[in-house]
Design a protein around this ligand. Sequence first.
Ligand code: NAP
Length: 255
Amino acid sequence: MTDRELAGRIALVTGGSRGIGRAVCRRLARAGAWVAINHSSSHEAAAETLAQIRAEGSEGGVYQADVSSFEATDAMFGSIEADRGPVDLLVTNAGIASFRDDVDMPVELWRRILSVNLDCTFNCVWRAREHMLARGDGRIVCISSINGLAPTTMRRDRLIAYGTSKSAIIGFSRNCAVAFGPAIRVNCVAPGLVDTEMTRDMPDEMRQRIIASTPAGRAGTPDDIAELTYFLLSDAAGFMTGQTCVASGGLVTLP
Ligand code: NAP
């Protein structure tokens, strides 16, 4: 990987306004990509991501869209294409979770978690693939979770919806890797616990139990996940597609 390997490339990161998405935006921008920073409602935070990218000498733009809607996603891709051209690097990162203690999971919450986490991934991949297939070149990383590989032992009803949505993302990306190869490489990243706004409402006892079971002895940082995502988008990962790469400090190990 060279310092500015992604120069001339156009990247789209969904949910780029904070947390893992922001770190991914910054990493891709440092590697030379022009980065479209998507968010649904946190406009100031997305503008802050762009300011940080510019402070590091790179460029990008902010694109508001609720990517759980195909129509909104389509319009956002249209705006990026009009401003800069088609997307060559896609990171589907937008997602929601609920770690609250309540045993009950209302049906509406099941639908919302499935819709945001899975439809956001489908909508963006579906829209991005048109140009990627036409050009014979595209790279996609879908952000899943270790909860998509192994159910949590934390016994939270709400994590059933989250884990199911993240398993579906893994299945979706594997199928896409087969259907769109060799033009497009599609891989998944499955992070373990990462300190972000998403995990802020996790009960402290739950957080401590996870860290105590993690060989690395700590929670992950957004930069940990951004480095792996960048690797998968780079030429160095040219022989990798259809894979799920776990970054969990050893909490989950694949056979
Ligand atoms: P976060 O801090 O809550 O950030 C979530 C991002 O997604 C925000 O930028 C949010 O922007 C955006 N978003 C949510 N719904 C959206 C929608 N419908 N359309 C567009 N953007 C939307 O979360 P995070 O911890 O960085 O998580 C990022 C991804 O990593 C998620 O897919 C999550 O499931 C996954 N992950 C996280 C962890 C962890 O421990 N943190 C572990 C494993 C996997 P707005 O506020 O503008 O909506």
